[in-house]
Write a protein that binds this ligand. Sequence first.
Ligand code: HEC
Length: 142
Amino acid sequence: MRISYVGLALIGFVLCDGHSVQAARQQASQSTSAQGNAGAGRAVFNGKGVCYYCHGVDGQMEKRPQLAADTAALIARLSPPPADLRNSKTLHLKNDKQRAKAVREGHPGTGMFPDTTMTNQELADTLAYLALLRKGGAAAPK
Ligand code: HEC
């Protein structure tokens, strides 16, 4: 069932009404204060956040999971393609406020859809994990 999650979420994003976007905005504005834990963030990244579908397991682009053919095709068609979160030279966003917004509201002009299911703590943890990846990418933080 999880395999079709990205496809469903993409459809959900298209159908998404103003109300849930509004709710996500309110959460986003509260989300930058919590302290993040990179280890917990890794679990979110490779788990319920489904970040690994597009960005690869542990942010390693060559390690994408085996997905249903239609979902994989959808991701392959994304333009621009998903960012390499381990390569700080090619990343565009400047700070965690922008990154939190990208996760909560979707990354503008790209196929990255909003995540409305993470708690503020999970978001803070994910941001801490992203910071670790940018620093040289420990695949398995202790
Ligand atoms: C459907 C595929 C998809 C999923 C799922 C996805 N992303 Fe993305 N992500 C993208 C694309 C496409 C971009 C834009 C790349 C670009 O602008 O060059 C992006 C960009 C980003 C950026 C901005 C990078 C920069 O330029 O600074 C961050 C941070 C990011 N994603 C984190 C996440 C996190 C965390 C998750 C999980 C909550 C996630 N993504 C889930 C496709 C995805």
